[in-house]
Design a protein around this ligand. Structure first.
Ligand SMILES: Cc1cc2nc3c(=O)[nH]c(=O)nc-3n(C[C@H](O)[C@H](O)[C@H](O)COP(=O)(O)O)c2cc1C
Length: 239
């Protein structure tokens, strides 16, 4: 009963204010004092339901801001991206297992300058990879970028182990985006080395992200084996 009285009172106030100021508030996007008052006293659902004023753009249905509507957020679910760098396609196979298993988006970190066999020769002290890995500040350029990184809640990041570390181009990748609020799951393949400090070193290059422990996988692991690990992470991947 009391609610109804308040709602009628506020509706009257709004009608009066609109009659007094024309529709200048809607045109400028600035709420009038009365509109602010209304927003402070009536919860947004109630005001949306009760609003008969098509010009009240803050609450009319067509103008609903999706990011503020919990129902719509729930429908959107958790968005997962599997990003990976792979010079000889081993890590790529694992990345595809994860993306297929989760029905997630996949993104390949592609070097602006592709790595040749000579570049990948770790027995050569002067090869490109040896030089890059000897320089923690090396940041090889990436061609292309993730479309709308903002939309993702969970980002898997995969790479081969090079000299016990993630290739420097993965550092370029993690420094290129704002991962705050996201969960990051690092994974790698190697000739035998473990993940070591490769993932924690990448973590140092980001702010505000929740990094899970890194995982080393075998290039020959089946989709089932890979998904067993993924499903044991304790993450909510939505439906
Ligand atoms: C420059 C270079 C350095 C490497 N360093 C290591 C290493 O320290 N430990 C290891 O187990 N494997 C090492 N490997 C082997 C790769 O980690 C392994 O072959 C990996 O699965 C390749 O993944 P990719 O095909 O996705 O590039 C190295 C390979 C290269 C090219």
């Amino acid at each position: 009963m009391m609610k109804k009285v308040i709602t009628v009172f506020i509706s009257l106030l709004m009608i009066l204010s609109l009659a007094a100021c024309g529709n200048s508030a809607s045109q400028t996007g600035q709420p009038s004092t009365e509109e602010k008052l209304a927003a402070g006293t009536v919860n947004s659902e109630e005001s949306a339901e009760n609003s008969t004023n098509a010009e009240n753009t803050d609450t009319s249905e067509g103008q609903t801001n999706e990011s503020e509507n919990p129902d719509i957020l729930e429908e959107q679910g958790t968005k997962v991206l599997v990003a990976y760098f792979s010079a000889t396609n081993t890590t790529q196979g694992i990345a595809e297992h994860i993306a297929n298993g989760l029905n997630a988006d996949i993104y390949e970190i592609v070097p602006e300058e592709p790595y040749t066999d000579a570049d990948l020769n770790y027995n050569d002290n002067n090869s490109r990879t040896t030089i890059e890995m000897n320089d923690p500040d090396a940041r090889p350029a990436i061609t292309g970028s993730v479309e709308d990184m903002e939309q993702y809640d969970i980002v898997f990041i995969g790479y081969p182990i090079w000299w016990g570390e993630a290739p420097r181009i993965v550092s370029t990748f993690v420094e290129s985006y704002d991962f705050s609020g996201k969960t990051i799951v690092p994974f790698c393949t190697s000739g035998g080395s473990g993940v070591g400090s490769s993932a924690t070193n990448l973590e140092q290059l980001t702010d505000g992200a929740d990094w899970l422990p890194g995982k080393r996988l075998n290039g020959s692991d089946s989709q089932d084996t890979v998904m067993e690990w993924v499903n044991g992470l304790g993450l909510d991947f939505g439906e």
